[in-house]
Design a protein around this ligand. Sequence first.
Ligand SMILES: [Ca+2]
Length: 156
Amino acid sequence: MRIRTTAPAVLAAAALSVSLLAASPASAATARHQGGLHLGTIQYDSPGRDTRSNSSLNAEWVNIHNSSRSAIQLKGYKLKDDTGYTYTFGSYKIGAGKTVKVRTGKGSDASGVRYWGRSNYVWNNTGDKARLIKPSGSQLDSCKWTRQGSGSISCH
Ligand SMILES: [Ca+2]
């Protein structure tokens, strides 16, 4: 369905999607995200050769964006690859409209960046799926790629 950008059309589309969601709760449960916290750009292929140096590992990363109007405490949120490797957030508050980058290698956590602390890559260059999971275990968002392409993907 194409959504036009004029305000009445947006309102009509919103009303339509609400009625669609109400009509089919199963599709609501599998929606990729609900406009709050979601996966942003993923640099799954670290630029240059995959030497496993820490700087190369850290050039592999996932952005998580908070497009809601409130800060969100990420403690207990999980980022998983398709194999099941899991990064679990410690206490970290992401502000409204802010992005946090999860880098694969080792480093000192700082504002806007978290380090997974791995000594090998996590995101497969030729295809993988990232999942963002709430502390309750329910999936908030996912993003997959099926080829190497440019080495990164903009999930939204
Ligand atoms: Ca990679």
